[in-house]
Design a protein around this ligand. Structure first.
Ligand code: BES
Ligand code: MN
Ligand code: ZN
Length: 524
């Protein structure tokens, strides 16, 4: 990632700053003081700098400014959206001028706070990112350094550190998301985890087909069996707290390419199924950020990685497989493969006796229909976890929206030939997928992020977004000290799963729930 720093300078000092380019964001209520400011005030007064976000006025060698080039960029409202638009514009101006060292003056924006600064950092980093792995000659930005200037006494250093670490993590998620299927195989993805672990002194264990078979992950294996690429199961560990402290676990869907398998997908836009490992990539990105920020927490990252291919050996509709949990699964549609690899990873997570487990997956097209590309679908078995994830998303400008988990949604997952089927009807497809996963996540507070709509963009600007790294980082940071706080609370508080069979049921438990093995029952 490009270097981004935060400077605390008043207006006069920022004028004296040496840089290849200085872009000053100018709010409509700008008040001049000092000789240099007169230029700006005059420009506003004359109407040469109009009050409209990203309206630009280039100043030719203005008096009193040390930067080689100076632009004024108007900011109509100090909203996050307008500020981000102005920062993005500043990056484009610098790039157009071939500037290497850019300073962006945010010190005239009185409303500058943690969230706005977070937005400015993410936007600057995003604008400077270019995918080059298989396109080395791609036009890249010239900007190598960005100095964000805030007013003296801003008190934003801590938030700035988090923002920079988040942006760097999001860039890792973008990069791996963007790499084509043949450049991001399960083996290469596992190698990326090992390299990350080496760089940041994290624990990392990579399991292959033989070890996964020994663990009894029959569901995960069934997805991989049609591919020539061997599966990988990655266990990452960040230890920032004493070993006795229960960890938080992140579980990423790492389908490095999803053809649909025997239930083959239609051809249109199938290339975008290279992004089907964005959940796994977000786990890598979150670990990079956490390893940089070093919070007093223990975190485990699990990545189930394989391809979903049609083949003579591929799993077929109607096949029944045995999951690690002991539940048998009838695979009615081989394209509903994400849940088949995640369920075994969720069972594996039990061994950590975790404080929470959050899985991240480009799981359903239905989630794209429900929420589009703005908010990720969020599910949680406890209200406490739901509100933590929701607040984390808001804080990180990476929002999510809670979806329901009523047991009635699981009706369609019944099977005549196994404990559960891997699909229900078309209705509520994101929710029924979550209900499937919930059967494997009864031993701990569980959250699930369906990022099918938010992890990448299609069309002309096709590419991974780096989401939900920001949400995950904020969530984990919010959990520092949470265990101690929860212990201090009265026992009954907060941890009751919602939508789980109630202690005093208002209706008989659904058949699906009644049939489940005791181990698979959500705890009441
Ligand atoms: N990876 C897809 C989900 C997906 C599809 C994400 C389109 C983004 C855009 C997933 O593996 C899948 O194919 N899901 C099926 C499930 C269905 C067969 C129940 C889907 O959503 O169509
Ligand atoms: Mn699929
Ligand atoms: Zn998929």
């Amino acid at each position: 990632m490009i270097a981004i720093e935060l400077k605390a300078l008043d207006f006069a000092a920022s004028a004296a700053l040496s840089a290849d380019a200085l872009v000053l964001l100018v709010p409509p209520d700008f008040k001049a003081s000092g000789a240099e400011a007169q230029t700006i005030a005059a420009a506003q007064k004359s109407g040469d700098l109009v009050v409209k976000t990203a309206a630009t006025l280039a100043l030719y060698k203005p008096e009193g400014f040390a930067a080689k080039r100076v632009w004024l960029v108007a900011v109509d409202k100090p909203s996050i959206k307008d500020l981000r638009a102005a920062v993005s514009h500043a990056m484009a101006l610098a790039r157009g001028a071939g500037a290497k060292r850019l300073a962006i003056g945010l010190n005239l924006i009185a409303e500058l706070d943690e969230k706005r600064l977070h937005g400015a950092v993410l936007t600057a980093a995003d604008a400077a990112y270019t995918y080059t792995h298989t396109k080395p000659k791609a036009e890249t930005t010239t900007v190598q350094q960005v100095a964000l200037i805030a007013a003296p006494g801003h008190g934003l250093e801590a938030a700035f550190k988090v923002a920079v670490a988040t942006a760097a993590g999001a860039e890792i998620a973008k990069e791996w998301g963007n790499r084509p299927g043949n450049h991001a195989t399960p083996t290469l993805l596992a190698k990326a985890a090992q390299d990350l672990a080496k760089k940041h002194k994290l624990g990392c264990e990579v399991l292959g087909p033989a070890q996964v078979k020994k663990l009894g992950m029959g569901s995960f294996m069934s997805v991989a069996q049609g591919s020539a690429e061997p599966l990988r199961f990655v266990v990452l560990r960040y230890n920032g707290a004493p070993a006795k402290q229960a960890p938080h676990v992140l579980v990423g869907k790492g389908i490095t390419f999803d053809t649909g398998g025997i239930s083959l997908k239609p051809g249109a836009e199938m290339d975008e199924m290279k992004f089907d490992m964005c959940g796994a990539a977000s786990v890598l990105g979150a670990f990079a950020a956490i390893a940089t920020l070093k919070p007093k927490l223990n975190v485990v990252g699990l990545i189930a990685a394989c391809e979903n291919m049609p083949d003579g050996l591929a799993v077929k509709p109607g096949d029944v497989v045995q999951s690690m949990s002991g539940q048998s699964i009838e695979i009615l549609n081989t394209d509903a493969e994400g849940r088949l690899i995640l369920c075994d990873a969720l069972t594996y997570a039990e061994r950590f006796k975790p404080q929470s487990v959050v899985d991240i997956a480009t799981l359903t097209g239905a989630c794209v229909i429900a929420l589009g590309g703005v908010r990720s679908g969020m599910y949680a078995s406890t209200d406490e976890l739901a509100s933590a994830l929701s607040q984390a998303g808001d804080k990180a400008l990476d929002p999510c929206w809670r979806m329901p988990l009523d047991d009635e949604y699981a009706e369609g997952l019944k099977s005549n030939f196994a404990d559960v089927a891997n699909i229900a009807g078309r209705a509520g497809g994101s929710i029924t997928a979550a209900k499937f996963l919930q059967r494997f996540a009864s031993k701990y507070p569980w959250g699930h992020l369906d990022i099918a709509g938010t992890a990448w963009k299609g069309g002309a600007a096709k590419g991974a977004t780096g989401r939900p790294v920001g949400l995950l980082v904020q969530y984990l940071l919010s959990q520092v000290g949470a265990e101690a706080a929860a212990k201090a609370e009265p026992k009954a508080a907060a941890k009751t799963p919602v939508n789980a069979p109630a202690k005093a049921p208002t209706k008989a438990p659904s058949k699906t729930t009644a049939k489940a093995k005791p181990s698979a029952k959500p705890k009441a």
